[in-house]
Design a protein around this ligand. Sequence first.
Ligand code: HEC
Length: 159
Amino acid sequence: MTPIRFKSTILAACVLSLTACASHHHHDEQHADAGFVPGLGEIMAQTATRHAKLWFAGQAENWALAAYEIDELHEGMEDAGKYHPTHKQIKQAIPELIAQYVDQPLTALEQAINAKNKAEFIANYDKLTAGCNACHQATEFGFNVVQRPSFNPFANQAF
Ligand code: HEC
């Protein structure tokens, strides 16, 4: 390869990789900094796990664990709104729906956990569950029905 040809090959490679970088960056803009963004369905599946663990933590009056799970639920809802401000055919914005259906029950649950009040915990747990289902109804995902878990599937975690 002559030096001139070699130079132009390098130039072509640079242009190509710049284009690749630019389009990659553009694609990433609406996404996570790390590059991987869980789908709303995936965030929800994790939310369902936290929701179940929260129940068993509250039943065991393990308030530190309950507080942790509530925090994780909050984060999951934040991620849902941040990464999926809109979703499929849903007309209302996701952050708006979250504020409407679960923000208040989450805060009330947090207060019950801070007060270590099991009766309040149970009452507000059921309100949160109703909020989850109300949002599923509002978004035409009403076939996703959540409830108090009937048994503890987390055999490898102490509650
Ligand atoms: C913004 C309204 C909204 C709120 C609030 C909400 N969800 Fe969802 N949920 C959805 C939507 C939309 C889907 C379907 C997402 C998809 O896969 O396209 C879904 C899906 C699910 C699924 C099915 C996931 C699967 O893989 O089987 C579960 C379980 C679930 N949600 C649990 C919950 C729980 C538990 C809560 C409350 C702590 C909750 N959701 C709160 C909107 C909501």
